[in-house]
Design a protein around this ligand. Structure first.
Ligand SMILES: N[C@@H]1[C@@H](O)[C@H](O)[C@@H](COP(=O)(O)O)O[C@@H]1O
Length: 266
C-alpha cells in the first residue's frame, strides 16, 4: 500500500485527479473504475475542469461503476447513473455507450446480471484504475462487513449503518433502496491500480482498520492489503488514528521520486 497523507480534502481530490489524468494519458484505451458517494465529487469536478481546459480527453475512456441500486430506473434522481451524469459524464467528451453500471431490474436474475458485468469488464481489458471511497464501517463499493473476500459482482443487502449514513442524500418521502448490485471484493482486487480516497474524522477508524488491522471480511477495505498497487489518499483527519504517519510521509516522498522517473506503468 502507498499511503499518501495530505493536508485537506481538496488536496486529496487534486492528487487523485493527477493519478486519473496520468492513467488516461498513458493508456491507449483506458478503463476506469468509478465510485459514487460524496468523497469523489471534488475529484470529478477537477476532471471536468481539466477537460474544459483541453488538458484531458475522455474520447477513448471506458468506465465501470462499482455499484448501482437494485431495481432503479437510470432516470431516477437517486440512481448512480444520474449521479455520474451530473458529476462527470455530461460534462466531458466520453462516449456514454462505454459507461457501464451494474444494473438489475426486479425481473432480472441478479446472478446473470452479475456474471454479465464481469464479462463486460473482462472484454474491455480489465480496469486500469479503480477509484474507491470507504464506508464508515469499512465497506468498499457496497461490500458490507462479512462480504466474502473472493466475492464478485452480485446483489447485496445494505446494512442499517450504510442506510443511515446514506439517508442524508434522500428527501424525506423519497424511496431509499435497501439492496444494490456491487462489484465484489475480488473484482475490485483485479484492477491494475486502486485509488482509495478518504477524508474526515468519521473515516479515521475505518482507515486505521484498513491499513493496519488484520485482513478480514469484517473490514472489506482491509482486502486492499493484498493488492500490489493500492494507493490510499487520505487527509489529516482520516489519518488521525494511524500511529505510523511519519513513516508513511517519508516513504511517500521516496516513492514519488521513483514514479516521476519511471512513470506508473511498464
Ligand atoms: N457505495 C458507496 C461507496 O462506494 C462509498 O465509498 C461510501 C462512502 O461514501 P461517502 O464518500 O459519501 O462517505 O458510500 C456509499 O455507500
Amino acid at each position: 500500500m502507498q499511503i499518501i497523507i495530505l493536508e485537506n480534502a481538496q488536496q486529496v481530490a487534486s492528487n487523485a485527479a493527477q493519478w486519473v489524468a496520468e492513467v488516461i494519458k498513458q493508456k491507449t484505451n483506458p478503463v476506469l473504475g468509478l465510485a459514487t458517494g460524496s468523497t469523489p465529487i471534488s475529484l470529478y469536478k477537477l476532471l471536468v475542469e481539466k477537460h474544459q481546459q483541453a488538458q484531458l480527453s475522455f474520447e477513448n475512456v471506458t468506465t465501470f461503476n462499482l455499484d448501482e441500486y437494485h431495481n432503479i430506473e437510470a432516470e431516477n434522481a437517486q440512481s448512480y447513473r444520474t449521479f455520474m451524469k451530473e458529476n462527470l459524464f455530461d460534462h466531458v467528451n466520453i462516449d456514454q455507450e462505454k459507461t457501464y453500471l451494474p444494473t438489475c431490474r426486479s425481473d432480472q436474475n441478479p446472478r446473470v446480471q452479475g456474471l454479465a458485468y464481469e464479462e463486460q469488464i473482462k472484454n474491455a481489458g480489465g480496469v486500469d484504475l479503480q477509484i474507491l471511497g470507504i464506508g464508515a464501517n469499512g465497506h468498499i463499493g457496497f461490500n458490507e462487513p462479512t462480504s466474502s473476500l473472493a466475492s464478485r459482482t452480485r446483489i447485496k443487502t445494505l446494512t442499517k449503518q450504510t442506510l443511515q449514513d446514506n439517508s442524508r442524500l434522500f428527501k424525506k418521502d423519497e424511496y431509499q433502496p435497501t439492496m444494490a448490485m456491487t462489484m465484489g471484493i475480488a473484482t475490485i482486487l483485479d484492477a491494475r491500480y486502486v485509488l482509495l480516497m478518504a477524508t474526515g474524522k468519521n473515516k479515521a477508524a475505518a482507515v486505521k482498520q484498513m491499513i493496519t488491522g488484520p485482513v478480514t471480511a469484517m473490514c472489506p477495505a482491509s482486502a486492499l492489503q493484498m493488492h500490489e498497487n493500492a494507493i490510499i489518499l487520505i487527509d489529516k483527519d482520516a489519518a488521525s488514528e494511524l500511529t505510523e504517519q511519519e513513516y508513511f510521509q517519508w516513504a511517500n516522498q521516496e516513492h514519488q521520486k521513483i514514479n516521476q522517473t519511471f512513470g506508473l506503468f511498464i
